[in-house]
Design a protein around this ligand. Structure first.
Ligand code: ADP
Ligand code: ZN
Ligand code: ZN
Length: 748
C-alpha cells in the first residue's frame, strides 16, 4: 500500500476541460484553488488545483509525475468560487477554464503573480549622533536624508529625490557607507488613497426601510439556523432610500465579522456612488474595495489582492465583482437588478444577478435584489414563490413622484419648418422657466454623435459601415462617420457616392447635435454634455458631475450615463427627447427596456425640496410602456407585459438559447449552422422548440457574417444538456465560430 496525495490540476489555456492528476509531494501545503506549475508533455504548464485526494498509487498501474512548484503562497480561488465555477460551466456551456479565467485578474495569471513594486530607501540601522557627526557640513543633504529616514523609517526613493531635493549621488554615498539600503517594495495602487472621507453615520430608518432591513436580518438568521431562505426582491420606487438599507445591512454583516458584495451596473458606478460607501465606512475605508472599469489593470489587481488577503471585506463593483474572493460572505446586494449590463456578452455569458443568487445559495448568505423597476424575471420569481418580495412605496420625506407629461411629437413636427424637431415648444418653455428660477435641467437622449446617419434624398443612398450591416453615425467634432458597432471611421462624403448629388443630408440626431442646438437656443445657459465621446479623460465625468452638483451647470445633456443612480436635489426638470429610440427593435424585451429607462430617468427629477417635472417626447404616445411609466405604475405594466409573454411563451415563461455561427465566409457560416441545426433536430427532446437557421438581425458585424438558431424550453438545464450532447462530437471549419448564449439579452 502506497497511499499518496494526488492533485487534479486544470491546465491554463485549455479550451476543453483539460484536467490532469499529479503527485503532491509532502513539501507542499496545497489546497484546492492554489495555482501550481506542472510538467505537461515536454513543457511546463500552469494550472489551478481543483481537488485533492488520497490514492493508492500502486493500484493505478501507471506512474504520476509530481507538481513542479506553487505559483503563489495562497490559493486564488475560495472553495465557494470553485463550486460556483463548476455551476457556471455547466449552466452556460462554457469550459470551466474559461470561467476560472474570468474570475481572476490578468496579472495574477501566468508564471508568477505580477505585483507592482517601487524603490524605497530604508535605514540599514539606527542613526546615532556619532554617525551624524561623521557627515561633513558640505554634505547637508545626506544629513537631511538620514533625519527624514530616522523619523519615517523608510521613504519612497522618488519622494526623496523629487520632493526633498536629495540627489541620487547623496543617496549613493549613504548606500556605499552602509547606512541606507534601496529595496523594492510591493505597492498597492489605490487611486482614492489620497481622498479624505468625512464619515456619514447611519440615518434613522423610516418604517418601510425598517421592515426591509429586518427581513434581511431574518434571512440571515434563518440561514445560520440551517433553515431555508429565499432571495429577497426589494421593489422600491426611486428615492425611497434603498441605498441606505444596503448600507445598514452591510454594516451588520461587518459587525458580525463577515464580508459583503454589492453589485451596481457599470453605468451607475459613478464616483458619487463609490463616495457614498467610502463615507459611510470612512473609519474602515481601506476595507472597501471598489472595482470599476476605469481602473488600470494593475489597480484592479491590487483591489482584488486586498480582498484575497482579507484586508478588504466590502466589495462594490460591476458585474464581475460577483467573483471577488470574499470569504465568509454575509450579504450580497444587487442594485438595479433589472439592468441588462449584468449580462456578460462574451464567454462566459453569465448573468451576474442570477450568479449572485447561486453564490448566495452555495455559500449560505442572504441575497438582496433591489430595483424601482424589477426585471420581469425576478417579478415572476416572486409570483412563483421562488423569491420573497418586500416593497417600499414612498419616497423619503413623502416627496412626490414627479409629474410626467407626454408630448406628442407628431404634432410638433407639423409646426417646424425644416429638419427634425428636437425640442417641443412645451419643453423649451419649461427649460426657460428653470433657467429664470436658477433651477437645473437634465436632458436625456440615448444616442450619441451628431446625426444618426447621412442619406441622399435623390437616390436613397445611406452611408453604411463596410464591415457591419449598420449605418454610420456622423461625429461633427472629428468630422468623421463612425460605426458604433466596430469603431470603423471614414470621412463623410460631400456628395453622394452613388449619384453625385450634393443634396446629401444628416438624418436623425444625437447628443452632439442637441448640444449645438441648445447653445443656439439658450445662449446664456451653462451647458454640459455627458456621453462616451465627451467623457474620455480620466476624472472628467467626476468633475462634470461635481460641477453640476455645485450648480455651475444649468443644463446637463447626456446618454444613459446620466440615467442611473445620480442624485441632484436642485434638478426640477427632466426631458426625455426621444422616448421611441429602442421601442421598435426586433426584441421581445424592447418594451420592458423602454419602461425601465423612462422610469429611471424620470426618477432623477424632484429629489430635493423642490418638486420635479418630467417631459417625455414621443411619436407613439399611446404605447403601453410610455403610458404605464407616465402613471408610475410598475405593477400594472408588469401584469400587462407578463400576460403577453405568457401568451407567446417568451421568457420568463421559458428559457432561450441563442446559437450563432460567424465567419468571414458567408456560405461557411450558413452551412455550419445548417449542419448543427439538422443534428439538433434529430433527437430533439420533448419540450424544446427551435427556429430554422436564419440570418441574424445584424447579419454582418466586424466583417463576419452571422446566422442563428433560437431554441426555447421551459427548463434551462434541458436546453444546455441537449446542446452539449450534440456539440460534443461535432467539429466545424476553423474559420467558423459557433457560440451558445443561454438566456440571451440581445437577440443577435
Ligand atoms: P434610492 O436608492 O431608493 O433611489 P436613496 O437611498 O438614494 O434612494 O435615498 C434618497 C435620498 O434620501 C438620499 O439623499 C438619502 O440620503 C436620503 N435618505 C435615505 N434614507 C433616509 C432616511 N431614513 N432618513 C433621511 N434621509 C434618508
Ligand atoms: Zn444619391
Ligand atoms: Zn462597423
Amino acid at each position: 500500500m502506497a497511499r499518496e496525495q494526488i492533485v487534479k490540476v486544470l491546465i491554463d489555456g485549455a479550451t476543453s476541460d483539460l484536467s490532469f492528476s499529479y503527485l503532491l509531494p509532502d513539501t507542499y501545503a496545497v489546497i484546492p484553488g492554489h495555482r501550481v506549475s506542472v510538467p505537461l508533455r515536454n513543457r511546463r504548464a500552469i494550472g489551478t488545483v481543483t481537488s485533492i485526494e488520497s490514492v493508492d498509487t500502486a493500484e493505478l498501474g501507471y506512474a504520476l509525475k509530481p507538481i513542479l512548484g506553487v505559483v503563489a503562497e495562497d490559493p486564488f480561488l475560495t472553495p465557494g468560487l470553485l463550486k460556483l465555477a463548476e455551476w457556471i460551466s455547466a449552466f452556460y456551456l462554457t469550459p470551466i477554464e474559461t470561467v476560472i479565467r474570468s474570475m481572476l485578474p490578468k496579472p495574477s495569471r501566468g508564471d508568477e503573480e505580477k505585483r507592482k513594486t517601487t524603490k524605497y530607501v530604508e535605514l540599514a540601522g539606527p542613526v546615532t549622533p556619532e554617525i551624524l557627526d561623521t557627515i561633513s557640513a558640505r554634505q547637508q543633504k545626506q544629513r537631511e536624508a538620514l533625519e527624514i529616514l530616522s523619523e519615517k523609517g523608510a521613504s519612497r526613493l522618488t519622494d526623496l529625490t523629487d520632493n526633498m531635493g536629495v540627489s541620487r549621488s547623496s543617496l549613493k554615498a549613504l548606500e556605499e557607507r552602509g547606512l541606507v539600503r534601496v529595496v523594492d517594495r510591493i505597492v498597492n495602487r489605490d487611486p482614492l488613497s489620497e481622498v479624505e472621507y468625512v464619515e456619514s453615520g447611519p440615518l434613522t430608518l423610516n418604517a418601510e426601510q425598517r421592515v426591509v432591513l429586518d427581513q434581511v436580518f431574518e434571512s440571515s438568521r434563518r440561514i445560520s439556523n440551517g433553515e431555508k431562505s429565499r432571495p429577497i426582491l426589494l421593489y422600491g420606487v426611486t428615492g425611497s432610500g434603498k441605498t441606505e438599507v444596503y448600507l445598514q445591512a452591510i454594516q451588520k454583516a461587518i459587525e458580525e465579522g463577515k464580508g459583503a458584495i454589492v453589485l451596481v451596473p457599470e453605468i451607475a458606478l459613478t464616483p458619487q456612488t463609490a463616495d457614498r460607501f467610502k463615507q459611510r465606512f470612512a473609519k474602515i475605508k481601506d476595507q472597501v474595495a471598489i472595482l470599476h472599469s476605469n481602473l488600470s489593470e494593475g489597480e484592479r489587481h491590487d483591489e482584488w489582492r486586498k480582498v484575497l488577503d482579507q484586508k478588504a471585506r466590502i466589495v462594490i463593483g460591476a458585474r464581475s465583482a460577483i467573483f471577488s474572493p470574499v470569504r465568509n460572505l454575509g450579504l450580497i446586494v444587487v442594485d438595479e437588478e433589472h439592468e441588462n449590463s449584468y449580462k456578460q456578452d462574451t464567454s462566459p455569458r453569465y448573468q451576474a444577478r442570477d450568479i449572485a443568487v447561486v453564490r448566495g445559495h452555495l455559500e449560505g448568505c442572504p441575497v438582496l435584489l433591489g430595483s424601482a423597476t424589477p426585471s420581469l424575471e425576478s417579478w415572476q420569481n416572486v409570483q412563483s414563490g421562488k423569491y420573497e418580495l418586500t416593497t417600499m412605496r414612498l419616497r423619503i420625506d413623502d416627496r412626490k413622484l414627479p409629474l410626467i407629461r407626454v408630448i406628442d411629437m407628431r404634432n410638433e413636427g407639423k409646426k417646424s419648418q425644416s429638419g427634425p424637431t428636437i425640442l417641443s415648444t412645451r419643453l423649451r418653455n419649461l427649460m426657460e422657466q428653470r433657467l429664470a428660477n436658477g433651477e437645473q435641467t437634465i436632458l436625456f437622449l440615448n444616442r450619441r454623435g451628431f446625426a444618426r446617419n447621412i442619406l441622399c434624398p435623390e437616390c436613397g443612398y445611406v452611408a453604411n459601415c463596410r464591415h457591419c450591416s449598420t449605418t454610420m453615425t456622423l461625429h461633427r467634432k472629428e468630422d468623421r462617420l463612425i460605426c458604433h458597432i466596430c469603431g470603423f471611421s471614414q470621412l463623410p462624403p460631400s456628395r453622394c457616392p452613388e449619384c453625385s448629388s450634393r443634396s446629401i443630408v444628416n438624418a436623425g440626431y444625437g447628443t452632439e447635435r442637441v448640444e449645438e442646438i441648445l447653445r443656439q437656443v439658450f445662449t446664456e445657459a451653462r451647458i454640459s454634455r455627458v456621453d462616451t465621446d465627451s467623457m474620455r479623460k480620466k476624472n472628467e465625468l467626476r468633475d462634470t458631475l461635481n460641477a453640476f452638483r455645485a450648480k455651475k451647470i444649468d443644463i446637463l445633456l447626456g446618454t444613459q450615463m446620466i440615467a442611473k443612480g445620480l442624485h441632484f436635489p436642485n434638478v426640477t426638470l427632466v426631458g426625455i427627447l426621444n422616448a421611441d429610440v429602442g421601442l421598435y427593435i426586433p426584441d421581445f424585451r424592447a418594451g420592458e427596456r423602454t419602461f425601465q429607462l423612462l422610469t429611471q430617468v424620470a426618477g432623477r427629477a424632484g429629489r430635493g425640496e423642490l418638486e420635479g417635472e418630467v417631459v417625455v417626447q414621443t411619436y407613439t404616445p399611446h404605447h403601453p410602456s410610455i403610458q404605464f411609466a407616465r402613471h408610475h405604475d410598475f405593477e400594472g405594466y408588469a401584469e400587462y407585459e407578463l400576460a403577453l409573454r405568457r401568451q407567446f411563451g417568451h421568457p420568463p415563461y421559458s428559457h432561450l438559447a441563442l446559437v450563432t455561427s460567424r465567419s468571414v465566409h458567408l456560405e461557411r457560416a450558413e452551412f455550419s449552422l445548417k449542419t448543427l441545426h439538422a443534428r439538433l433536430k434529430r433527437h430533439l427532446p420533448e419540450g424544446i422548440t427551435m427556429t430554422d437557421p436564419l440570418p441574424s438581425p445584424l447579419v454582418k458585424s466586424h466583417d463576419q457574417w452571422r446566422f442563428q438558431i433560437v431554441l426555447k424550453s421551459v427548463g434551462a438545464r434541458r436546453l444546455a444538456g441537449h446542446l452539449r450532447e450534440v456539440m460534443k462530437d461535432l467539429t466545424f471549419p476553423e474559420d467558423v465560430i459557433i457560440t451558445v448564449d443561454i438566456d440571451p439579452y440581445s437577440m443577435g
